[in-house]
Design a protein around this ligand. Structure first.
Ligand SMILES: [Zn+2]
Length: 73
């Protein structure tokens, strides 16, 4: 099972253009749109390799982290 990190952004007013500040990183199974915790993420949300999990300055989703660690040996 392949995973990637996807960004959840702070709610921003639509006047503002990207990039928006990242609020939380979630983990998404490859090919799926919703994060493993069930949160729907923007289709254009920034993605990162799952190797970056734990290395970003922004916080990570605890639910995604727990599920991810269960799926990855
Ligand atoms: Zn999550």
């Amino acid at each position: 099972m392949q995973h990637e990190m996807r960004a959840e952004y702070w709610e921003t007013d639509t006047e503002q253009s990207p990039p928006w500040p990242v609020k939380t990183w979630h983990m998404v199974r490859q090919g799926e749109r919703a994060a493993m915790c069930g949160r729907e993420l923007r289709p254009d949300a920034r993605g990162l390799s799952d190797a970056e999990w734990g290395r970003t300055p922004e916080p990570m989703c605890h639910t995604c982290g727990a599920l991810y660690l269960r799926e990855v040996p």
